[in-house]
Structures are given as structure tokens and as C-alpha cells.
Design a protein around this ligand. Structure first.
Ligand code: NI
Length: 148
């Protein structure tokens, strides 16, 4: 076996940054009646909302360049804080966050909304792309949106 054949086929690596935030929300679809909302969302439809200790995981993928870093994780942390955490931490997701207006604030919809908000910022950095956003409502429940 030559040394060349032991080389990995690519040097694409996925990196992940995790941030935590606390927020309240209410699962409520205004196109449904109050009774239908209670039947669909149960206690998550509670009128005044309820809280979660959320976690957000954001994954980037790219070739490992000469620097050894797909992206400097401190730079990624700055983007996450600026675009997401500063907007949602200690907020009511239904009322306080402009880019979530009109959404039913499930973890699934949050994952898509966060991905779409982050993607242009990540695209400013050549050589890596946003691959995945995970939103944890608890240690047991999370939603993942993956584009590539
Ligand atoms: Ni909830």
C-alpha cells in the first residue's frame, strides 16, 4: 500500500459551534380556532407561553485549508451571537423577534429560520458552507435542518 492510497479522498471536514439561550414561546396557529389549537398543541398552546433552555448547534463544512481551520470558531461564535443569540435570548419568540413573526415557533421552524438568517453571513467566508442547524428544546428533543 503506497502512502498516497492512505490519503483521505477529500479534506472536507464539518465543524460545529454550540450556543445556549433561554426563551419563551407559544405554539399557536392563528389560522385555527382556539379549540383546534388546544387539540393540536396541548399545553404548548398555553396562552401566556412557556419557557425552554434552548441550545443551537450550527455546522459548517469545507476543505481544510493551509490554516487548518474550516472557519475560525471564534468568528463563527461572533456571527451566531450577532445574528441569533442577541435576538432571542431572554425573549418571547412569538412577540419579540422580528424574523420569527408569523411562524409557529416549533423547533423545526426555528431551525429553518436560523439557517436562512445565517446562510448569507457564512457565504461571506469563502471555502465553507453552512451545512446544518440543530435547535434543541431540551436534551431529549431537537430538530435538524440540513441543506447539503
Ligand atoms: Ni415549547
Amino acid at each position: 500500500m503506497s502512502s498516497e492510497s492512505r490519503e483521505p479522498k477529500t479534506r472536507r471536514v464539518e465543524i460545529t459551534r454550540r450556543e445556549e439561550f433561554s426563551a419563551s414561546h407559544r405554539l399557536h396557529d392563528p389560522s385555527l380556532s382556539d379549540e383546534e389549537n388546544v387539540a393540536l398543541y396541548g399545553p404548548c398552546n398555553n396562552f401566556h407561553g412557556h419557557g425552554h433552555n434552548y441550545a443551537l448547534e450550527v455546522c459548517l463544512i469545507g476543505e481544510v485549508p493551509q490554516s487548518g481551520m474550516v472557519m475560525d470558531l471564534n468568528v463563527l461564535q461572533g456571527i451566531l451571537c450577532e445574528e441569533i443569540i442577541s435576538k432571542v435570548d431572554h425573549k418571547h419568540l412569538n412577540h419579540d423577534v422580528d424574523f420569527l413573526q408569523g411562524l409557529v415557533t416549533t423547533a423545526e421552524n426555528l431551525a429553518i429560520a436560523f439557517f436562512e438568517r445565517l446562510e448569507p453571513r457564512i457565504n461571506d467566508h469563502p471555502g465553507c458552507e453552512l451545512s446544518c442547524v440543530r435547535v434543541y428544546e431540551s436534551a431529549a428533543n431537537f430538530a435538524e435542518y440540513r441543506k447539503v
